[in-house]
Design a protein around this ligand. Structure first.
Ligand SMILES: Nc1nc2c(c(=O)[nH]1)N[C@H]1C(S)=C(S)[C@@H](COP(=O)(O)OP(=O)(O)OC[C@H]3O[C@@H](n4cnc5c(=O)[nH]c(N)nc54)[C@H](O)[C@@H]3O)O[C@H]1N2
Ligand SMILES: Nc1nc2c(c(=O)[nH]1)N[C@H]1C(S)=C(S)[C@@H](COP(=O)(O)OP(=O)(O)OC[C@H]3O[C@@H](n4cnc5c(=O)[nH]c(N)nc54)[C@H](O)[C@@H]3O)O[C@H]1N2
Ligand code: SF4
Ligand SMILES: [Mo]
Length: 740
């Protein structure tokens, strides 16, 4: 069998790919980007199947098996035993092999003997790397306090380091998954429902689904997409709010081409209509919600006329959306979203989504928001860090997610106020491409006394490291223990536990995070506090309460499955207790009011698009994960550049044609470093320009990905800070498209 054919077959068999890949192909074909296919090492005969793999090409962590021959991994597949992804994996999961064996990967500890940003690498031993890192960090901690060390973590490799640095006494830890992603959503739902929603909305059993942004099909998480597609197959009506004709919009019954930044107004008008027409869940509201009257009062002015004007959409669409949701309550999925740091007014929008969910009674019912339960696991961690209260920079944002808002750390680093921050550590995060305003990130990286990075690839962030440490990839290590459940009403609810196991031996001098951190801890004077001697021990402690061990899981082909309980309320029992202060869903929140923010969801306008510009918005390439996959030969081959989407009438006025090579210039005169291809389409609003995030890497050591496509981050010089949470809204920039 030829690997090319196999890969294509896989792309088609994965439910996700069905929705997403044709889009990528279309873009390539339209733009003449098809390159020679990658070929092909023979057949899979004589391979051994290894179980227990857990993907981390993105953070969904699909369960894998690996085909191994002569110690070499030659193919990845979904673990057939998985009750989440089953046999399906997406294009990125499939291409994990190309990451594993990427010749550009980090192999040895390195010391920068050149400049930050223009490094000259000297190979050093682990002894030297650890000694130097520990002594520099210790020196900084001693001179300026433990809070002078800042950490930028993301992903499974960073959990243990995060706990360790927190334990040493720094609050200055900023996770991309919170401050540039879902933290604002979690906090808005926490203050409404008392729990963080995850993406736990029962789309498979919904009668109607509302997606606000949330471009499913381009945003690819295998089991989540399976549920979504199942819902659509079962006849769920799909409503999509997106200024762009996204993959999801292409499947929608109602596509609302909303003006970016105005969704809160739309949601308010929908709630008003539902209340005015009596199409809300009166029983749920009466038994489980607090502040309905205040919410209702706050919506007095949210007329369809007002929202139509504000959102630049037909008034009829607002009524249609409300009526469709009302007709199907309570079995509706109001998707909580995931990447929700949009404009810096996002807490209020997500509160509106949460309140809409509540008045529709769409909780604990088929189709609604649910809280699936996994199996109880053990804890193995560094104890809680104690830090002086006056060094906590996060208190300014009363609803901030765990850690400290990125901007507070960066600003403090640059100004030295209220205290100096002297070391930056990145672990599984690429802040250059992840945080808005690259020049400030770079200035901070150049200002500090010491920069340490643990990564698996040479990336834009690694160019700024003084000491660069090579991690094992997710295919070479034990780590993350995952539990969850599957609740399709047709089947018995089931829970599962899996733990990541290596599918192959690591090569070169790559190490796992527990080893690295423990070696640092010994050298920094915390040797006697080390909680586990190895990553394997960490995993064993986590598994123990479930009656499991690594050995047992291996016998179970990597996954333990048991009967679970339904996440739905029992018939006739629709009064719930929530973990808010009032134990009710707080439509009106006293806690928010006490902190002097609007206690009912409120629309806060974002800046208007200046004449001659369009708003820059971004999203996912279905075949890439952020910047991390840009050097992957298979994925690069699928979508080597990120086309800029421009409205056809605007393009015509500017004399631009589909397929032109273009560059972008933002409102501050910043020009994109690279050019890319133009996609001219009626499928985007005239006031909006779109491109996929993650492209345009700068590191010359990335022999495939460097300089391919445009990085949105380079153009995001302005950003909003959500006043409740401190999260960074990044759709606040305006661009002109010019011929390259
Ligand atoms: N293939 C792939 N899949 C991924 C990832 C990946 O890297 N690659 N990353 C994963 C991660 S961590 C996350 S957080 C998610 C992110 O994916 P989502 O949570 O789906 O991200 P969003 O920002 O909600 O959705 C992007 C869409 O929002 C639209 N949009 C822009 N501005 C507005 C606006 O003001 N209003 C509305 N209604 N829509 C707007 C854009 O046109 C775009 O279609 O994807 C996940 N899935
Ligand atoms: N402009 C803009 N900014 C965004 C987004 C956007 O859409 N547009 N999306 C936001 C969202 S939703 C998110 S979740 C964040 C994502 O932010 P990041 O997590 O920073 O995303 P990546 O660019 O994938 O960077 C991950 C880094 O971890 C490294 N890495 C991967 N695996 C491992 C490992 O096993 N061990 C170690 N040590 N390192 C590893 C990669 O090589 C890479 O350098 O970005 C946010 N920022
Ligand atoms: S969705 Fe794709 S990339 Fe993400 S974990 Fe699953 S297979 Fe891997
Ligand atoms: Mo994210």
């Amino acid at each position: 069998m030829n690997i090319k054919l196999t890969r294509r077959k896989f792309l088609h068999s994965a439910s996700v790919a069905a929705a997403s890949v044709p889009l990528a192909r279309l873009a390539r074909a339209e733009n003449g980007l098809v390159k020679k296919p990658v070929t092909a090492p023979g057949s899979y005969a004589g391979t051994e199947t290894r179980y227990g793999g857990v993907c981390e090409m993105c953070f969904w962590r699909c369960q894998l098996v690996g085909k191994v021959r002569n110690g070499r991994l030659i193919k990845l597949e979904g673990n057939p035993k998985s009750i989440e992804n089953g046999k399906s994996i997406c294009a990125r999961g499939n291409a994990g092999i190309q990451l594993l064996y990427d010749p550009d990967r980090l192999k040895y500890p390195l010391k920068n003997v050149g400049e930050r940003g223009a490094p000259k690498w000297k190979r050093i031993s682990w002894e030297e790397a650890l000694d130097e890192t520990a002594s520099r960090l210790k020196e900084i901690q001693k001179k300026y306090g433990p809070h002078a060390v800042a950490l930028f973590p993301h992903g499974a490799s960073a959990f243990y380091p995060l706990q360790y640095f927190e334990f040493t006494g720094t609050p200055n830890i900023s996770e991309a998954s919170f401050y540039q992603c879902r933290g604002v959503r979690d906090m808005a739902y926490m203050s409404t429902f008392g729990f963080a929603p995850g993406e736990n909305v029962d789309m498979a059993n919904a009668k109607a689904i509302l997606l606000v942004g949330t471009h499913l099909g381009e945003n690819v998480h295998v089991s989540h997409l399976k549920q979504y597609l199942k819902g659509l197959e079962n006849g769920a009506k799909l409503i999509v709010l997106d200024p762009r004709f996204s993959a999801a919009a292409s499947k929608a019954h109602i596509w609302v081409a909303i003006k970016p930044g105005t969704d809160t107004a739309f949601l308010q008008a929908v709630m008003k209509r539902l209340i005015d027409t009596g199409k809300y869940d009166k029983e749920f509201v009466a038994k489980s919600c607090l502040g309905f009257e205040e919410l209702k009062e706050s919506l007095a002015e949210a007329t369809p006329e007002w929202a139509a004007k504000t959102c630049d959409v037909p008034k009829e669409q607002i009524l249609q959306v409300a009526d469709l949701l009302g007709a199907n309550l309570p079995n509706v999925s109001i998707h909580p979203g995931r990447h929700t740091t949009w404009y810096g007014n996002d807490f209020q929008r997500l509160r509106a989504q949460a309140c809409l969910t509540a008045i529709l009674g769409a909780y604990g019912v088929p189709g609604g928001l649910i809280q699936p339960k996994g199996v109880k696991l053990g804890k193995a961690s560094w104890g809680h860090g104690v830090f002086a209260e006056d060094c906590d920079l996060s208190t300014f944002w009363p609803f901030h997610p765990p850690g400290t808002p990125t901007e507070a750390i960066r600003e403090t680093t640059l100004t030295g106020k209220p205290y100096p921050i002297k070391a930056w550590i990145a672990w599984g995060q690429n802040p250059i491409q992840t945080l808005p305003n690259q020049p400030e990130t770079i200035a901070a990286l150049k200002k500090v006394d010491f920069v340490m990075v643990t990564d698996i690839m040479p990336m834009d962030i690694t160019m700024y490291a003084d000491i660069l440490l090579p991690g094992k990839s997710y295919l070479e290590r034990y780590d993350y223990v995952k539990t969850g459940m599957q609740w399709n009403p047709a089947d018995k609810p089931q829970q599962f536990v899996t733990a990541r196991m290596p599918l192959v031996e690591p090569m070169f001098e790559r190490r796992d995070s527990v080893w690295i951190v423990n070696e640092l801890a010994k050298r920094m004077g915390y040797g006697d506090k080390i909680p586990v001697a190895s990553i394997e021990e960490h995993v064993e402690i986590r598994l123990e309460p479930a009656g499991l061990s690594i050995a047992k899981l291996k016998e179970m082909e990597g996954i333990f499955i048991k009967e679970g309980t339904s996440p739905y309320a029992e018939a006739g029992q629709r009064a719930f207790e929530f973990s808010t202060d009032s134990e009710k869903v707080e439509l009106y929140s006293e806690q928010i009011d006490d902190n002097e923010f609007s206690p009912v969801p409120t629309y806060i306008p974002t800046g208007e698009v200046p004449a001659g510009y369009a708003r820059l918005v971004y999203g996912r390439s279905p075949v890439h994960s952020f910047s991390r996959t840009q050097n992957n030969t298979w994925l690069h081959h699928e979508m080597p550049e990120n086309p800029v989407w421009l409205n056809d009438s605007v393009a015509a006025k500017q004399g631009l044609k589909d397929g032109d090579r273009v560059m972008l210039i933002n409102q501050d005169g910043v020009k994109s470093r690279n050019s890319t291809i133009l996609k001219v389409t009626p499928g985007i609003r005239a006031d909006t320009v779109y491109l996929a995030h993650g492209y345009g890497a700068m590191n010359p050591e990335l022999t495939v990905g460097k300089g391919q496509g445009i990085d949105d981050q380079g153009l995001i010089t302005k950003f909003g800070i959500d006043p409740e949470t401190g999260a960074t809204g990044m759709r606040t920039n305006f661009v002109k498209v010019v011929k390259a």
